[in-house]
Design a protein around this ligand. Structure first.
Ligand code: HAM
Length: 436
């Protein structure tokens, strides 16, 4: 076994090697196409932000802010943090760039790395990537449903079939205080049955107690008062609207009163999407999570603005795709042809040939560092191409190329300007239009 290098990637942070890239590219392409169809525009924000942004937006009493942030002080004295999530950054950008005067709703999407100092395990990393959407300025149930539907449809398009949406409403500032009071009373009476961590959590953020994974806490949560019974008429109507959209769209969902999410900014609808295990009952880890956050823009210093969005974990999605044997749409690893070049002039001419092939949609490989024909043909075999293209000194001067059928070794000479049409024909591709 190869000796481990003394310096390795930081714990919980992974290289994404070429063999993995087709998954990433196919997810990016599908996400981009989906967002462009629904009118979402791409946004990129810095990977570091002022620490205060996450403290205020995500909440001081959350696991992310309490335990998981990579925070540091710069030489200039700024307190910065590697972003643990994107919603806070997008809200900051919305306010900073005055997006409230853009035509509403403002619909944005992003894909990029996030950092949380968690205990690394399968599907849980310290650097991970999210694809996400945020929609500002639309308070309708349809906006929440569209978010859920987009995430659900994207996962289905990528080949995941057995998906379950968990959904809940956590009310708003008008009705949640009554619920919090009922919950506090309930847990006060049952504090002996709670785990030690939940006893602490109950003091700062009682809602988090509901999604504790300890079995005794889950038993308690099952008997706890449910938010749904405390929703006021406006929140009830909003939630009913979301459910009706999902019913109409044929989205499979479960109402889960213990779903509260681990970030403080949510109100009304919260949701997560899971893939089912092969037993059709158990759920894998959440692929996507999101919800409505109507108070956040104002809380961060902007105008009162409703908002809703989700974040999808790309590493987790790829794990599930692999478990289900789903191949990425864009394999990218197998070229259509291999260009063998002999001599300096041929090497130089091969650049023009590459350009011709690229514009004709033919994916070609070469090893420009090698001159030996046998060695190059061996590499062509390894790539499994059916046809190789050979240019020597003579072909370089004549403006031709030799088309070699790899299995039989049969060869013919073709003018460079015709090679795309000839290859497309042999590869069974649609022929490119004839140029005058
Ligand atoms: P979140 O639930 O913290 O939400 O993360 C969203 C998704 O990111 C999770 O469902 C999971 O797939 C993935 N994820 C989270 N942590 C890790 C990790 N340590 N390793 C691998 N994957 C992970 C948010 O971040 C919200 N900003 C989502 C949102 C957008 N809400 C409204 N708009």
């Amino acid at each position: 076994m190869a000796k481990k290098p003394s310096i390795q990637a930081p714990k919980g942070m992974n290289d994404i090697l070429p063999a993995e890239q087709p998954y990433w590219l196919s997810i990016f392409d599908a996400a981009r196409a989906m967002c462009s169809f629904y009118g979402f525009q791409k946004i990129d924000t810095p990977i570091v932000e002022h620490t205060a942004l996450f403290k205020r937006a995500v909440g001081e009493a959350t696991d992310i802010v309490e335990k998981e942030m990579y925070s540091f002080k710069t030489k200039g004295g700024d307190e910065l943090t590697l972003r643990p999530e994107m919603t806070a950054s997008v809200v900051r950008a919305y306010i900073e760039h005055g997006m409230q005067v853009w035509p509403q709703p403002v619909q944005l999407w992003y894909m990029g790395p996030q950092f949380r100092h968690e205990n690394p395990q399968h599907g849980r990393y310290r650097q991970f990537h999210q694809f996400g959407t945020e929609m500002f300025g639309d308070d309708s149930s349809a906006a929440d449903a569209l978010c859920i539907f987009m995430g659900y449809s994207l996962l289905r398009e990528l080949g995941l079939k057995n998906l379950v949406v968990k959904i809940n409403s956590i009310g708003d500032d008008a009705c949640r205080p009554n619920y919090i009071k009922a919950l506090k009373d309930y847990y006060k009476n049952n504090s002996k049955k709670m785990c030690a961590l939940c006893r602490e959590r109950a003091k700062t953020n009682i809602l988090r107690v509901l999604d504790c994974k300890e079995s005794k806490c889950q038993e308690l949560a099952a008997e706890a008062p449910q938010m749904i019974d405390y929703l006021d008429d406006a929140c009830k109507k909003h939630f009913k609207g979301v459910i009706e959209f999902l019913d109409e769209a044929g989205v499979m969902y479960i109402m889960d009163s213990s779903l509260v999410r681990g970030l403080d900014y949510y109100n009304r609808t919260v949701f997560e999407i899971y893939a089912q295990e092969s037993d059709g009952v158990t759920l894998k880890t959440a692929l996507l999570g999101g919800g409505r956050y109507d108070g956040l823009v104002q809380e961060m210093g902007g105008p009162k603005t409703s908002a809703v969005g989700f974040g999808m974990g790309i590493e987790r999605l790829i794990i599930v795709m692999k478990e289900l044997g789903i191949k990425p749409a864009q394999s990218g690893s197998r070229p259509d042809t291999f260009v063998v070049q002999l001599g300096e002039l041929a090497k130089k001419k091969s650049f023009l040939l590459f350009d011709e092939l690229r514009r004709g949609g033919i994916h070609a490989k070469a090893t420009l560092g090698r001159d030996n024909i046998k060695a190059q043909l061996r590499v062509a075999h390894k790539f499994g191409v059916t046809y190789a293209l050979i240019i020597g000194q003579k072909e370089a001067l004549d403006g031709t190329v030799i088309l070699r059928e790899m299995n039989s070794g049969a060869q013919e000479t073709v003018p460079v300007e015709k090679i795309v049409r000839v290859l497309s024909d042999r590869l069974g591709r649609p022929l490119p239009p004839l140029e005058d």
